[in-house]
Write a protein that binds this ligand. Structure first.
Ligand SMILES: Cc1cc2nc3c(=O)[nH]c(=O)nc-3n(C[C@H](O)[C@H](O)[C@H](O)COP(=O)(O)OP(=O)(O)OC[C@H]3O[C@@H](n4cnc5c(N)ncnc54)[C@H](O)[C@@H]3O)c2cc1C
Length: 388
């Protein structure tokens, strides 16, 4: 994106990547259909990092509408799936081809696969401030944009190069952590739920001071996944618990009192199975109160007991042991600290001509197209600044 826009501004651009194939993350994104932006992608509270307002100027300069216009101009069909999330109708390859075509139009030179061995400042800074020593030869440049992403999915080429370059030029790096990642549990503590692998349900979930995320939760063999859990994982810290509203906003006490009145002879387990997947209803009640409680008729439950059960359903406390790590994380939170990056251009305040864009920065978006929106917007303002 940055290469294409810079080339359109009349610059000679070289795009260096060590991967054999172009834009692997786009290829695998959104289940192969690339959730390329979100209609609400301009809302700054959907992004987090040490400096919450950092994203504002770039998102203002390049809001989702502008990327949507580009997608339309390339005749790529798309649809809104859920909560403003825009996906290609056919394939994420279309977004890769679109960016490839934009680069070709600007005559961007691609060096790929190509290793960057060293980036240094030219000894007599003139027009070419930087010297790049690569496996394909030497390159000199007036501007360098570091767009090396985070540490997620090392098997398709993620490395810490961007963080190393940042440190080399005196920038601080906020500790990178896996985000939008499935949560895992201690095997013994999770044993009751292992048979539920594959069960999914809509929930509300909150981690610490995070917003409540209302979306699907999925049981896996090792723990929990699904969009609600991925969202909450970005805010989770080791040793803390998460609260899950299994009935997703339903007033559980009110419903159980009404159900006791209407059909007092029903066992609790069977009543709960109206609202939860049956296997989860039994496993959850058994864990909360033993097999007896599953069979107990609603009429046998006192008001206090119903209130207690309702409170636990509204706020099921779970204590993850860890995450599936960078191997499975969709993004990396943390990264190059934004305090010494100009938010209007992504240019380093320490080294003129050096830019950091996309996920390598300490900016992380919610699930749902926000991380690509950040990549496009930060790339755009950087290229625009280089052009000027
Ligand atoms: C499975 C999966 C699905 C996703 N789905 C979505 C989605 O649908 N919507 C969304 O908004 N976000 C999604 N994301 C997140 C999104 O892909 C990233 O936030 C986005 O790609 C970041 O863009 P970037 O350009 O900063 O970095 P990247 O896309 O990661 O690109 C970094 C590039 O740098 C290259 N590189 C790295 N190290 C070196 C090195 N040492 N030398 C040379 N080159 C190097 C890499 O090869 C790569 O091409 C998904 C992520 C994953 C893993």
């Amino acid at each position: 994106m940055c290469a294409a826009v810079a080339a359109r501004r009349g610059l000679r651009v070289v795009l260096i990547d060590h991967a054999v194939r172009r834009a692997e993350k786009i290829r695998i994104s959104g289940g192969g259909r690339c959730n390329f932006t979100n209609l609400e992608g301009g809302r700054i509270e959907r992004y987090f990092g040490e400096q919450s307002g950092f994203v504002r100027p770039a998102l203002r300069a390049y809001p989702p509408d502008r990327f949507i216009a580009l997608v339309r101009a390339h005749d790529i069909g798309f649809h809104e799936k859920h909560k403003g999330q825009l996906f290609c109708d056919d394939s994420s390859e279309q977004i890769i081809d679109m960016l490839g075509a934009e680069c070709a139009r600007g005559e961007v030179t691609e060096m790929r696969p190509c290793e960057l061995r060293a980036l240094s400042l030219a000894s007599s800074p003139g027009k070419a401030r930087f010297l790049l020593d690569t496996s394909e030869g030497k390159v000199s440049a007036s501007h360098v944009a570091v767009a090396t992403g985070g540490l997620s999915i090392p098997k398709i080429g993620a490395t810490d190069l961007g963080y190393r370059l940042a440190r080399q030029f005196g920038h601080r790096v906020v500790e990178p952590r896996p985000a939008l990642v499935p949560l895992t549990f201690d095997a013994a503590a999770w044993a009751d739920f292992v048979p539920l692998a594959g069960v999914a349900l809509p929930v509300g979930i909150q981690s610490g001071g995070s917003p409540v995320f209302e979306d699907d939760l999925l049981f896996t063999h090792r723990g929990l996944s699904g969009p609600a859990v991925l969202q909450a994982s970005s805010f989770w810290r080791s040793g803390t618990s998460l609260a899950v509203d299994l009935l997703n906003g339903l007033d559980a006490a009110h419903w159980l009192f009404a159900e006791r009145q209407r059909a007092g002879q029903r066992p609790l387990g069977s009543a709960l199975a109206d609202r939860l997947p049956r296997r989860l209803a039994s496993a959850w009640v058994e864990r909360a109160g033993g097999p007896d409680l599953v069979r107990r008729r609603l009429a046998e439950l006192g008001n206090r007991q119903i209130e207690q059960i309702a409170a636990q359903l509204r706020s099921w406390q779970i204590l993850p042991g860890g995450t599936e790590g960078f191997r499975k994380a969709e993004v990396t939170s943390g990264g190059v600290a934004t305090e010494e990056i100009d938010p209007r251009s992504m240019q380093s305040r320490r080294v003129a001509g050096l830019y950091f864009i996309g996920e390598v920065l300490d900016v992380t978006g919610w699930l749902g197209g926000y991380n690509f929106q950040w990549a496009w917007a930060s790339a755009f303002v950087a290229a625009d600044s280089m052009g000027r």
